[in-house]
Design a protein around this ligand. Structure first.
Ligand code: PGA
Length: 252
């Protein structure tokens, strides 16, 4: 059975002190929660990763990086490799977030390389993709999503999919307060499962967790998460507050 996942993408928020405080609060508030089939992941900035990874070590919370470079080491000023993330206890990485695609020019081709580098290091990947508003308006969202998946992930062997978590994030819903309706999310998630099933097989399509992202908050999470093919959320703004984030974890 596929897992439900609530992942908090802290983006460029929280210095070291604030990161340690936030993760401590989350751990405390989740203490008596059995979290049976739910994984809880937080993704702080690079500077806080090591300390947050230490804090979550004996807890049910997991830590992810927000990005990484595709090359192991070398003259890539400002970049961090999979090997470096592993060295501080990080085994999960978010790749392909729309902000990385838009502001840092990450193309599908670069992302495919990052995916390979992460998998080579036995890391799990939260792979993000989603259409912009113009695509949605022109009803081109399915083509866009299909091509992002094909270009970023469909070169993988079937066995690699054990380490893939998908995050469908319509760009028009990220940080805008606007969410896809639960029906729109369900429609896209079902489509994603269909194309994975066509390319690979039904088992892989059924086992991969597909998160929805884009202005998820406690007020709308229950309805979105209740949809058959929605297995949780990748959360931005609402993940910066421990009460909100824990409420989301309890929304299933
Ligand atoms: P948001 O961000 O929840 O603030 O819309 C989601 C994301 O970017 O992953």
């Amino acid at each position: 059975m596929r897992k439900q996942i609530v992942a908090g993408n802290w983006k460029m928020n929280n210095d070291l002190k604030a990161s340690k405080f936030l993760v401590k609060q989350i751990i405390k508030k989740l203490k008596n929660n059995s979290l049976k089939n739910t994984r809880v992941i937080v993704a702080p900035t690079f500077v806080s990763l090591e300390k947050v990874a230490k804090k979550v070590k004996k807890t049910k919370v997991e830590v992810a990086a927000q990005n990484m470079h595709q090359v192991k080491k070398g003259a890539f000023t400002g970049e961090i490799s999979a090997e470096m993330l592993k060295s501080v206890g990080v085994n999960i990485v978010i790749l392909g977030h729309s902000e990385r695609r838009e502001y840092f020019c990450e193309t599908d081709a670069i992302l495919a390389q990052k995916v390979d580098a992460a998998l080579k290091n036995n890391m799990e990947i939260i792979f993000c993709f989603g259409e912009v508003l113009e695509d949605r308006k022109s009803e081109n969202q399915f083509n866009i999503v299909e091509s992002q998946l094909k270009n970023g992930l469909f070169h993988l062997e079937a066995s690699a999919w054990e380490n893939i978590i998908l995050a469908y994030e319509p760009v028009w819903a990220i940080g805008t307060g606007e969410t896809a309706s639960p029906e729109q999310a369900q429609e896209m998630h079902a489509f994603i499962r269909k194309i994975i099933s066509n390319k690979y097989n039904r088992e892989i399509a059924e086992n991969v967790s597909i998160l929805y992202g884009g202005s998820v908050k406690p007020a709308n999470a229950k309805e979105i998460f209740s949809k058959e093919d929605v297995d949780g959320g990748l959360i931005g703004a609402a993940a910066l507050d421990a009460d909100n984030f824990v409420a989301l974890v309890k929304s299933f």
